[in-house]
Design a protein around this ligand. Structure first.
Ligand SMILES: Nc1ncnc2c1ncn2[C@@H]1O[C@H](COP(=O)(O)OP(=O)(O)OC[C@H]2O[C@@H]([n+]3cccc(C(=O)O)c3)[C@H](O)[C@@H]2O)[C@@H](O)[C@H]1O
Ligand SMILES: Nc1ncnc2c1ncn2[C@@H]1O[C@H](COP(=O)(O)OP(=O)(O)OP(=O)(O)O)[C@@H](O)[C@H]1O
Ligand SMILES: NC(=O)CC[C@H](N)C(=O)O
Length: 600
């Protein structure tokens, strides 16, 4: 069998940076070709970044993308890399976007993959299955393709597929089997969720069996707003053997020699773009097949085979931590910030956010501001100072009592309004530092607090990005312990003071306040939230699962009433199956209450 040296470029594009993304393709192709690769593959929507959301509707963006693709093909050739086919995801269109149901349903914007060879675009594939659930809205943006594209590279028939194509049975993988291909490429923009790596591996195996071909699965890596792409690319044989697997959460060029059969059907004519493709309708799945000849078999390599290897797998806590670090780092970097600032209270949430920030961008670029008021305990100041000492971040102290008192001379607030004033003054201090010096303000509210609205609007919820937005409080504690253990394992000082982990959580907005004054114990709360928020279960399901009915009613009411706060909250990295934001869209104005089945 001939050997095809394939390179899967697990890289980190930036949405909208057409020139920068093209430069990544050129430099990675150079590295792959220097290592002897004969086929180089890049992720879904590589040229544009992913997801591009309503940029799809901009004619100017589409035109710029199409010229960037042509320019990239020419540049690769000019770089002396043109003989090596390069597969790259991009935005294409063969018609205008849909404006209403009268629009032609068979043409429009396409989530596409191109094969670049000798300075030209020699093949284009349009994604068939469009995801339209969770964070994805691809029915809003794209028209599905109905033709599987099979390119003959080095005499081997290679089918192109894109991400969701793999998540649904039938369609491209069934067509690939009928086309008797040797290899299926699947290029992805598949966001991280806890436990998704196992699901993906099982799916790749299933599809490889369905296509009766080796599958090369390539995922992008990096953060884009609330999403983190975790890489974890892999090559799996038709029999389910994992030949090699890339690291999670890191850029990587996976190069592997594949022994694949030569294409059986007679080769199609060498096809310049003007040549009509050979099409063969295949029954059942409704997909046609377009075959494009790219390159003839290459003489045997005559050297020991190159193996991509198997990267060490991260355990669950490490995986979540790395996702939060990558999500924050890329949000900061891709949005042009150099520093971050956050309020440090000595509590667990701000300590964990500070540790994530230090891991993401380095202690020298993290400012922690301790803002004691008259209700702040001495341990809150000491624990914040201890955390700053351990991590090396810059600690500033701004006493807020005089500012609160000065406000009070004009407003005479009491009760909750006075309590919230402290949180709001802290927000003003942080935003002032941001305006004056430029750091991004980090919010520290965890998923449990966001769920029940336990934060002050325009107060401690202030900020541009929230690393803990999708992290329940119980997981915050677990991650803190994991991060400290990890430090000990590598002989470093644990960043999070033990006292911040072990003390009972308190907002310290009034004397002796504890979170448990207003909220149930976090173990109980998180168990209910997991079912109600992540699982979309109703009151009856929760009670049937053994939760106390009165507690269920209380929590569900808090969650429902806090929708307005969540709608105004900062973005933050998604790690769960259902993160607040695009994954979970509920009306703010709604009279539906789980506790009252009549809905009134
Ligand atoms: N449907 C709706 N649409 C739009 N806006 C709506 C609204 N309903 C109320 N509002 C507005 O929201 C205001 C109430 O929200 P807000 O001002 O935030 O105040 P509120 O939610 O009443 O109080 C804040 C709560 O969070 C707790 N907290 C605060 C700070 C830190 C921490 C901590 O965990 O450390 C906890 C605090 O102890 C208190 O229980 C109303 O006065 C009204 O202006
Ligand atoms: N004294 C303070 N100095 C600086 N920032 C503060 C202070 N008190 C509260 N904050 C800010 O408000 C946020 C919300 O307070 P909250 O008490 O919920 O969080 P925490 O103190 O980090 O953790 P915990 O909830 O376990 O006490 C803090 O994370 C911090 O960013
Ligand atoms: N970009 C896509 O098509 C992603 C959809 C797919 N289900 C995933 O999460 O991996």
């Amino acid at each position: 069998m001939p050997t095809l040296r394939i390179a899967l470029a697990q890289v980190n594009p930036t949405v909208g940076d057409l020139a920068g993304n093209a430069a990544i393709v050129r430099s990675s192709t150079r590295a792959a070709v220097d290592a002897g690769s004969r086929l180089v593959v890049f992720p879904e929507m590589m040229l544009t970044g992913y997801p591009i959301e309503d940029l799809v509707f901009r004619q100017s963006f589409l035109a710029a993308t199409c010229s960037a693709l042509q320019r990239l093909a020419g540049d690769l050739d000019a770089d002396g890399l043109g003989d090596t086919p390069v597969v790259v995801g991009y935005l294409d269109a063969d018609g205008p976007p849909a404006v209403n149901s009268a629009t032609d349903p068979s043409a429009g914007p396409r989530n596409a993959a191109a094969v670049l060879h000798r300075g030209r675009v020699v093949a284009r594939y349009f994604k068939h299955h469009l995801p339209n659930y969770g964070v994805f809205d691809e029915d809003r943006y794209f028209v599905p393709g109905n033709t599987l594209v099979v390119v003959r590279i080095e005499g081997i028939d290679v089918a192109l597929t894109i991400c969701e194509d793999m998540w649904q049975a039938g369609g491209p993988f069934a067509a690939a089997r009928r086309a008797r291909v040797g290899l299926v490429l699947t290029i992805n923009g598949s966001p991280y969720e806890l436990n998704k790596d196992d699901t993906r591996l099982a799916l790749v195996r299933r599809r490889a069996a369905e296509a009766d071909a080796t599958v090369a699965y390539l995922n992008m890596v990096g953060g884009q707003d609330e999403l983190v792409f975790d890489g974890d690319s892999m090559i799996v044989t038709a029999g389910g053997e994992v030949l090699s697997r890339s690291p999670q959460m890191a850029e990587h060029l996976l190069i592997h020699d594949l022994d694949l059969p030569l294409g059986l059907l007679p080769p199609p004519p060498s096809s310049p773009p003007s040549t009509p493709p050979i099409r063969a309708e295949v029954g059942g799945d409704q997909m046609g097949i377009e075959r494009v000849h790219v390159s003839d078999p290459h003489p045997a390599l005559g050297e020991p085979p190159v193996q991509g290897g198997h990267a060490v797998r991260l355990d669950d806590d490490a995986e979540v931590w790395q996702a939060l670090v990558l999500g924050l780092r890329d949000y900061v970097r891709k949005n042009g910030f150099h520093k971050v600032v956050l309020g440090v209270s000595g509590g667990i949430d701000s300590a964990v956010v500070a540790a994530i920030a230090v891991d993401a961008i380095g202690a020298q670029d993290v400012i922690g501001v301790s803002m004691p008021s008259q209700h702040s305990s001495s341990h809150s100041r000491e624990d914040a100072a201890e955390m700053a000492k351990r991590t090396g971040l810059e600690l500033r102290i701004h006493e807020i009592q005089a500012m609160v008192d000065s406000f009070q001379t004009k407003m005479s607030l009491s009760g909750l309004a006075l309590e919230n004033l402290q949180a709001r003054v802290r927000g003003v201090v942080l935003m002032s530092i941001s305006n004056q010096e430029g750091p991004l303000v980090l919010t520290t509210g965890n998923k449990s607090e966001l769920a029940v609205g336990y934060s002050t609007l325009y107060g401690d919820s202030v900020g541009g990005f929230n690393p803990l937005k999708d992290v329940p409080k119980t997981l915050v504690w677990k991650l803190a312990r994991w991060r400290n253990d990890e430090a000990l394992r590598v002989g470093e000082e644990p960043p999070i003071p033990e006292n911040s982990i072990s003390k009972p959580p308190s907002a310290e907005l009034r004397p002796d306040q504890l979170d448990t004054d207003s909220l149930p114990d976090y173990d109980q709360l998180d168990a209910i939230l997991l079912s109600y928020v992540d699982g979309d279960q109703g009151r009856a399901d929760l009670i049937a699962a053994g939760h106390d009915p009165a507690l269920v009613d209380r929590v569900l009411r808090l969650v429902d009433l806090a929708e307005y706060k969540r709608r105004q909250s900062a973005p933050g990295t998604k790690i769960s199956i259902k993160a607040f934001g695009r994954d979970r869209r509920l009306p703010i104005t709604s009279r539906w209450r789980e506790i009252d089945p009549s809905g009134v």
